[in-house]
Write a protein that binds this ligand. Structure first.
Ligand SMILES: C[S@@+](CC[C@H](N)C(=O)[O-])C[C@H]1O[C@@H](n2cnc3c(N)ncnc32)[C@H](O)[C@@H]1O
Length: 225
């Protein structure tokens, strides 16, 4: 297994340690560590049936794992990076998970998403590795797509009440901002304030292993959006 080239790593955004299994398949070891705890939350908060739109699917390993475990759901992965989309498709083919759809080319910042509807939206490890506009675009797009009562699930490192939850997150935040001043670990309150402006009610925050958080919002009735 080889590390990605510098160019491929640049395209991958940050994705701390993403390795290449072959020309298409990418492997992010962190997904093996966090997928179990994330799945435990998803089992509780996702609808029993319908389509889950995943934003920023990265390697596609999460998509395949969650779709295999939640077989009544259709999993719609997406990523703006063509190499990520190739990896998502390659994992879905290799693991033969029938309820993973071909990945969409979707940039959360865009006002025109290539998806008209979804019953839930999941976004893992994206909003700190992108400009704030990507978070804003995610909330706006989720507001356009989701029906009342549908969940929007975010996972990643977050600040709580303006404070990092661990020294390692503070260092990570500094390294992100050094790479791109527009990036950085977000505060749950800042995200929740903008989520409310887009018609999402904060439902719960779950402390996760490795100083990460899962944050769940619910779409309110369209009149409140
Ligand atoms: C750190 S990786 C996370 C991938 C995967 N969710 C995971 O946890 O392994 C960040 C991903 O965000 C994607 N990304 C960056 N900016 C984005 C945007 N504006 N809209 C959607 N995805 C974006 C990158 O292409 C990359 O795949």
């Amino acid at each position: 297994m080889a590390s990605l080239s510098a160019a491929a790593n640049a395209r991958a955004g940050h994705c701390a340690s993403v390795l290449a299994v072959n020309a298409k398949l990418r492997y992010a070891p962190a997904t093996e560590r966090n997928r179990g705890p994330i799945l435990a939350v998803l089992r509780r908060v996702l609808p029993a049936q319908g389509t889950v739109l995943e934003i920023a699917s990265g390697t596609g390993e999460h998509a395949c794992h969650f779709a295999a475990a939640l077989s009544e759901l259709t999993w719609q992965p997406s990523d703006p990076d063509p190499d990520a989309r190739a990896s998502i498709a390659a994992w879905a083919e290799k693991l033969a998970v029938p309820n993973v759809k071909p990945p969409l080319s979707l940039d959360a910042e865009s006002a025109a998403w290539p998806a008209a509807a979804a019953d839930a939206i999941v976004c893992i490890n994206m909003i700190h590795i992108a400009p704030w506009e990507a978070c804003e675009g995610l909330l706006a797009g989720a507001s356009r797509l989701l029906p009342a009562g549908a969940p929007l699930v975010l996972y990643g490192p977050f600040r709580l009440d303006g404070v990092h939850t661990a020294p390692s997150n503070e260092s990570f935040d500094a390294s992100l901002r050094a790479r791109d001043p527009r990036w950085g670990v977000r505060d749950v309150d800042d995200v929740s304030a903008r989520a409310a402006a887009h018609g999402f009610a904060f439902e719960e925050r779950v402390a996760m292993p490795a100083n990460n958080q899962t944050v769940v919002y619910r779409a309110e009735a369209p009149a409140q959006r």
